[in-house]
Every structure is written in structure tokens, then in C-alpha cells.
Design a protein around this ligand. Structure first.
Ligand SMILES: Cc1cc2nc3c(=O)[nH]c(=O)nc-3n(C[C@H](O)[C@H](O)[C@H](O)COP(=O)(O)OP(=O)(O)OC[C@H]3O[C@@H](n4cnc5c(N)ncnc54)[C@H](O)[C@@H]3O)c2cc1C
Length: 189
């Protein structure tokens, strides 16, 4: 195989991304995974295990943004008192924490069920990835808001977290596709 050029990305810059080009590539027959003809099923089943890991990545990003927001709003003073004294700020922090906690529990349940090898994991693993990444996007965006102008600068970590959160809504299947997976299992009964 050949490695493509390095992608220039919005976020997750600590993780380099390149395409892999398979050129006249022959794989020896003894390297086959599973029985012949079952490859697509095997490939799709791996997603039941990898989607919760993207959910976990999203929860980590969101928790980091929440922690940074709590610390900053207690420290930053405007009009002689910490901005955390404002109920509007307190309610934002409460909503952020509530969403992070709900996402964490959904990811734990999906991971535990996948780890036990339970059947019909499509809904729960797609829901965990989709919900946690939507939470990460909303919580990191609110974190930038709570930092005010400082949040928009590279002097603070929350703008990076917002950029890093975006990819969790896209890779391992976009969140539109996660919703396709979930609704398909719901309608199948
Ligand atoms: C940084 C990075 C790392 C990556 N790492 C890997 C990796 O390690 N391995 C790997 O295999 N891939 C990897 N990918 C690829 C990634 O998984 C895909 O980009 C992602 O699944 C979306 O596919 P696409 O880009 O072809 O989007 P498209 O399929 O072109 O989708 C474009 C838009 O159309 C929407 N859409 C498409 N089909 C439907 C539909 N049926 N219903 C509703 N909406 C639809 C999508 O939701 C999206 O909004 C990586 C991508 C990035 C950016």
C-alpha cells in the first residue's frame, strides 16, 4: 500500500490522518478473517465495538470543557464578582454537566453490553456514539461562550475542544447514519 498526503484538518491535530492507497495489493489467502463470504458482516459488527469508543472520546472532550468552564467562571471577575455568581451562568454549567453525565452513562451501558457480546447492539451503540458526540459539540460550544472573548483565542483550551468535538459527530459513521441505524432497529421490532 501507499500512504497519501497528510490531511489539513479543523481539529484532532495531535492525530495525523492520511489515506491508505492499495495499489495492485494481493493478500495471502491464509490471512482471511472469518469464513469466505462473511466479510461485510464482520466489518459491520466491528462497529458495535468501535462506536462506544468514539462516544467515550466525546465524553472526555465534553468533561474537559466542563472542568475548564467551572474553573474559569469561578476565577473570572466582572463588575466586582465572579461570573459564576450569575444564575444564567450557573444554569449553563448545570445543563452542561447534566448532559455529560447522561452521555457517560449511555456510553458505559453500550460498552458493557458490547463487551458481554450481547446480540442486537445496533441501537445502543449508535445511540451512545450519536448522543455523546452531540453533547460534546453543544458543551464545548457553551464552554467557548462562557469564556467570552478569551474562549475564542488560542490562549485557552476550549476553542481546541470545540474543534476536536466536531469530528466525533462525523467519523465512525456520521450522526445521520447513526440515526438511520437506530431507526432501522426500532422499526424492525
Ligand atoms: C479525521 C478523520 C479520520 C478518519 N478516520 C477514519 C478511519 O480511521 N477509518 C475509516 O474507515 N474512515 C475514517 N474516516 C472517514 C469517516 O469515517 C467518514 O468521513 C465518515 O464516515 C463520513 O463519510 P463521508 O466522508 O464519505 O461522508 P458522506 O457519506 O459523503 O456524507 C456527507 C453528508 O451526507 C450525509 N449522508 C450521507 N448518506 C446519508 C444518508 N443515507 N442519510 C442521511 N444523510 C446522509 C452525511 O451524514 C453527511 O452529512 C476519517 C475521517 C476523518 C475526517
Amino acid at each position: 500500500f501507499e500512504v497519501g498526503s497528510k490531511e489539513r484538518k479543523l481539529g484532532i491535530k495531535g492525530s495525523p490522518t492520511r489515506e491508505i492507497h492499495l495499489v495492485d495489493c494481493r493478500i495471502p489467502g491464509d490471512r482471511i478473517i472469518g469464513a469466505p463470504g462473511t466479510g461485510l458482516r464482520t466489518a459491520l459488527r466491528t462497529l458495535d465495538h468501535t462506536r462506544p469508543t468514539i462516544g467515550a472520546q466525546a465524553v472526555g472532550i465534553a468533561q474537559g470543557a466542563l472542568d475548564a468552564s467551572i474553573a474559569y467562571t469561578k476565577e473570572r471577575k466582572q463588575f466586582g464578582r465572579p461570573i459564576a455568581d450569575n444564575q444564567a451562568v450557573q444554569f449553563m454549567l448545570a445543563d452542561m454537566a447534566m448532559k455529560v453525565e447522561a452521555a457517560r452513562h449511555l456510553v458505559y451501558v453500550a460498552a458493557a453490553r458490547a463487551e458481554r457480546g450481547e446480540p442486537n447492539l445496533g441501537f445502543i451503540t449508535a445511540a451512545a456514539k450519536c448522543y455523546a458526540s452531540d453533547v460534546a459539540m453543544s458543551v464545548t460550544t457553551d464552554a467557548v461562550q462562557l469564556f467570552g472573548g478569551a474562549g475564542y483565542t488560542r490562549d485557552f483550551p476550549v476553542e481546541r475542544m470545540m474543534r476536536d468535538a466536531k469530528i466525533t459527530q462525523i467519523y465512525e459513521g456520521t450522526n445521520q447514519i447513526q440515526r438511520v441505524v437506530m431507526s432501522r432497529q426500532l422499526l424492525k421490532g
